[in-house]
Ligand binder design. Structure first.
Ligand SMILES: O=P(O)(O)OC[C@H]1O[C@H](O[C@H]2O[C@H](CO)[C@@H](O)[C@H](O)[C@H]2O)[C@H](O)[C@@H](O)[C@@H]1O
Length: 264
């Protein structure tokens, strides 16, 4: 372990990463910047992580992006970051880049499928204790965090079978105490590839904690750095225990890059 309490190999990789010319720092929100809480509206990035993001986005040739499963509007609210931080919501479906025309629009057929999903999943949530539905532009998250294990299992089974029976071509994702249904199948991996091209990045740091972040880790290249937050199988080449350590990583990366060692 280094002085910062981080693995030596990770500290070395951060030092290398801080030297590249154009750097993309792409970060998942819940479970990575923000500790998990029962009410998604109350999630906030740890102060050290928030501060490090602000320091990184102020540096030349450095862009920060949040890449989240949340709806874009929800991500804007909980992250509370300036407009020049790029935002990706709904697992890659919604983008807030530098121009308003980058915003997504669902076509009429997709909107009709969202309405059917609303009806089907709404009935599931209404009929099982402590299960609730979070609406998003292209679908819904069925939350079971506060439900008993039994109710959670029933909710997942019923929601899966009824939604698939009523709506074609659904993208279904399992997350932490949540089952997500969307009418578009964009992934965080596609989002990272899009962001890499968008800023013409020479290297990418991606940090995430959940199964859906694995698509982003799979999109990383040899000179990138993937950081898994918490337990579970991963394609990331580095791992830390959780949001506290992710904050320490971002703080150290900001310090190295502020040191002005990046290639010009
Ligand atoms: O991709 P992320 O930024 O990690 O977003 C994934 C989902 O995060 C939210 O749900 C999760 O965090 C909540 C707050 O800690 C927690 O209560 C819930 O159990 C977790 O599943 C969000 O509500 C979802 O829409 C996101 O897809």
């Amino acid at each position: 372990m280094s002085e910062a309490g981080l693995p030596e190999a990770l500290v070395g990789a951060l030092h290398e990463l801080a030297r590249v010319k154009r750097l993309l720092v792409a970060l998942d929100f819940d479970g990575t910047l923000a500790p998990e809480v029962d009410d998604p509206a109350k999630a906030r990035a740890l102060p050290l992580a928030h501060e490090a993001v602000l320091r990184l986005r102020a540096l030349p040739h450095t862009r920060v992006a949040l890449v989240s499963g949340r709806a874009l509007r929800s991500l804007e609210e909980v992250s509370g970051l300036p407009d020049d931080v790029l935002l990706v919501g709904s697992h890659g479906i919604e983008l807030r880049l530098d121009n308003p025309e980058d915003a997504h629009v669902l076509d009429e057929a997709e909107q009709a499928r969202v309405r059917v999903l609303d009806e089907v999943l709404g009935q599931v949530a209404d009929s099982i204790d402590d299960v609730w539905l979070e609406p998003k532009p292209a679908g819904f998250a069925l939350h079971t965090r506060l439900a008993t294990e039994h109710n959670s299992r029933v909710a997942h089974l019923v929601a899966l079978s009824e939604a698939q029976a009523e709506v074609d071509d659904l993208k279904i994702r399992q997350g932490k105490n949540v089952l997500e249904f969307a009418v578009r199948s964009t992934t965080k991996g596609e989002a990272v590839e899009h962001l890499r091209r968008y800023i013409d990045a020479d290297a990418v740091l991606y940090a995430g904690d959940d199964v859906t972040d694995e698509d982003a880790f799979a999109a990383l290249q040899a000179h990138d750095l993937g950081l898994k937050s918490g337990e579970g199988p991963t394609l990331a080449n580095h791992r830390v225990a959780g949001p506290t350590e992710v904050a320490a990583v971002l703080d150290l990366l900001a310090t190295y890059r502020e040191g002005g060692v990046h290639e010009q």
